[in-house]
Design a protein around this ligand. Structure first.
Ligand SMILES: *[C@@H]1O[C@H](CO)[C@@H](O)[C@H](O)[C@H]1NC(C)=O
Ligand SMILES: *[C@@H]1O[C@H](CO)[C@@H](O)[C@H](O)[C@H]1NC(C)=O
Ligand SMILES: *[C@@H]1O[C@H](CO)[C@@H](O)[C@H](O)[C@H]1NC(C)=O
Ligand SMILES: *[C@@H]1O[C@H](CO)[C@@H](O)[C@H](O)[C@H]1NC(C)=O
Ligand SMILES: *[C@@H]1O[C@H](CO)[C@@H](O)[C@H](O)[C@H]1NC(C)=O
Ligand SMILES: *[C@@H]1O[C@H](CO)[C@@H](O)[C@H](O)[C@H]1NC(C)=O
Ligand SMILES: *[C@@H]1O[C@H](CO)[C@@H](O)[C@H](O)[C@H]1NC(C)=O
Length: 492
């Protein structure tokens, strides 16, 4: 389905390699524990090969009252499988045409209905707002919702579901959430609603791999603006960053219900999974910051070894694929990620680390408040005009080149947010290992149960010997139309 050229892969990988190298040379941070944690991850959790990841096993770990979130609305004649039709083929796309979708989106965004406010009362200034960026992977979303439902104090939170793909089944799932307040927002410039025009793919746009002089001859739309690797825009790789910027602006500065909110805002994605003490941990971290780390301005509930991004993933997959072809020996390259998903939660359940914020390590389960956002948004051009299609690298760029006080993080060493989705948007296989990840996360959390809900946190400090400058972006963001769109979504 997705065709990714070699140089595209190289671009991403060369960027990553540069960063890793730069990181090794100048940034000696004690993150070695992460790897050690993986290696001696023992205890009562069986290794992956012994994990019972049957649907029955996964279901048996979900409280019966929450089974409803796993059950798709029955379609006449068919049962959608619990094990996951990750492709969006499972539900009816044809039901709405684009003008219908646009109209519905506009209506949702105008009405700003907050569901369940009658049950749980208005948002308090110290409540936690949880913003979830969603594309179309409903099976993961079901499990995220199940994990949120089991979190203590969730009833005080507001969940903001931010969509870039309009789908009735996802909408009805979101609207079935009954354990806290919920609001839905819709990114209005999606590829879905702009299939033949910018920000989607305009037929008059330059081909990705065309040379600039050829493009100028052809007078294609964006001939003047290849990225810094000489490639022209690919719509599908730009959406996540636009959506990210749009939703944060919208939540802090526009949405009626959150526009004056002064408390923490936590950012999750559709394929995350939370531990049941994550709200308590956030509160403890917030308090600990006030008492012991005045320079901390961002919290992170998860940590892992690489950048995550919907489309980045599929590129990495392609890269793996290429590697596999050139190296027949390792025919089964597939899930190197399985070992990175689950750092040893219980050895570290009480520990938090203070460290400069690093995009690739601390982009999961991030939280900050309006004070930090105001600083970030003042640097909008550094985000919007930086030639990198990853929102997290762009944020890092802001931090290093514009912020008066760089992003300084407090990071939970025993993660409270897990990443269960590695299949990527373009993966077509039904079961690409996700059942194994979900099952494993369930079991890790079950055995870590007695270590959750610590009364206090133990601080550790990353030893940072030298600052690091991120010089060159990963590209994919050279088109001036993207810069303009991004800037136009900035609300100051
Ligand atoms: C997996 O778990 C289910 C439900 O607990 C059980 O019925 C099934 O026998 C187990 N399968 C294996 C291979 O252990
Ligand atoms: C599904 O079946 C019910 C009756 O069993 C019918 O009322 C409904 O219109 C059907 N829906 C579709 C989309 O075919
Ligand atoms: C759908 O699921 C129900 C309940 O699990 C089952 O009884 C029914 O036979 C299934 N239908 C099909 C077509 O698989
Ligand atoms: C997943 O569901 C499909 C039906 O959609 C089924 O054919 C397949 O065997 C299931 N796989 C597992 C691992 O349960
Ligand atoms: C979209 O569908 C609606 C009915 O649902 C119809 O009135 C409208 O004309 C359609 N628009 C287009 C562009 O096809
Ligand atoms: C937010 O603050 C503005 C200005 O201070 C005020 O006019 C508005 O009513 C407040 N909105 C809410 C929902 O509290
Ligand atoms: C917001 O976070 C900053 C640290 O970034 C902190 O100093 C400030 O007190 C927080 N504001 C509120 C209202 O909690």
């Amino acid at each position: 389905m997705m065709i990714t050229g070699r140089s595209q892969i190289w671009r991403r990988r060369s960027g990553t390699t540069f960063w890793i190298r730069a990181g090794l040379v100048s940034f000696i941070v004690i993150f070695i524990w992460v790897q050690i944690g993986f290696v001696d991850f023992g205890g009562p959790i069986p290794p992956y090969s012994d994990i019972n990841d049957s649907q029955a096993a996964i279901l048996s770990m979900v409280p019966v009252v929450l089974h409803k979130f796993l059950a798709p609305k029955p379609k006449n004649g068919t049962n959608l499988s619990l094990n996951g039709s990750y492709s969006n083929l499972g539900y009816s796309k044809a039901a709405f045409n684009i003008s219908d979708i646009k109209r519905n989106i506009a209506q949702y965004n105008l009405q700003q209905t907050v569901y369940n406010e009658d049950l749980f009362g208005p948002l308090q200034s110290d409540s936690i707002v949880i913003v979830i960026q969603i594309h179309d992977r409903i099976t993961y979303l079901r499990h995220l919702i199940i994990s949120l439902a089991q979190a203590r104090d969730i009833r005080e939170a507001l969940l903001v579901f931010s969509h870039d793909y309009y789908d009735e089944e996802i909408n009805s799932l979101v609207q079935s959430v009954d354990f806290c307040k919920v609001i839905q927002i819709f990114y209005p410039y999606s590829i879905q609603t702009h299939p033949n025009e910018f920000p989607g793919e305009d037929p008059g746009d330059c081909q990705r791999d065309i040379k600039k002089d050829k493009a100028l001859q052809l007078k294609c739309n964006n001939a003047l603006y290849p990225d810094l690797y000489g490639h022209y825009r690919e719509a599908k790789f730009t959406q996540t960053k636009h959506h990210w910027w749009w939703k944060v602006n919208r939540v802090f500065n526009q949405l009626e219900v959150t526009r004056n909110h002064s408390g923490l805002v936590l950012f999750l994605e559709e394929d995350h999974y939370v531990a049941e003490d994550f709200i308590q941990i956030l509160r403890l971290m917030e308090k600990t910051c006030k008492e012991a780390c005045r320079q901390c301005n961002i919290l992170s509930l998860g940590t892992y070894l690489k950048t995550y991004n919907y489309y980045g993933d599929s590129k990495k997959k392609e890269a793996l694929h290429a590697k596999q072809q050139s190296n027949k020996k390792n025919a089964e390259v597939q899930p190197s990620w399985t070992f990175q998903v689950l750092p040893s939660l219980y050895q570290h359940s009480q520990k938090v680390e203070i460290t400069p914020w690093i995009s690739s390590k601390h982009n999961m389960g991030m939280a900050f408040n309006r004070t930090t956002w105001n600083e970030i948004v003042r640097c909008a051009p550094f985000f919007c005009k930086y030639d990198d299609y990853n929102w997290d690298w762009s944020l890092q760029h802001i931090s290093q080149n514009c912020l008066k006080h760089k992003l300084h993080a407090m990071v939970a060493r025993g993660p409270r947010v897990f990443h269960i989705g590695e299949c990527g948007v373009h993966h077509k296989k039904n079961n690409c290992g996700s059942a194994a990840v979900i099952s494993k996360v369930q079991q890790v959390l079950k055995s870590a149960k007695k270590h959750l809900f610590p009364d206090y946190l133990i601080l550790t400090y990353a030893t940072v010997l030298k600052k690091n400058k991120l010089r060159k972006g990963n590209g994919g963001w050279g088109d001036h139309r993207d810069h303009k769109l991004c800037m136009s979504m900035t609300i100051r």
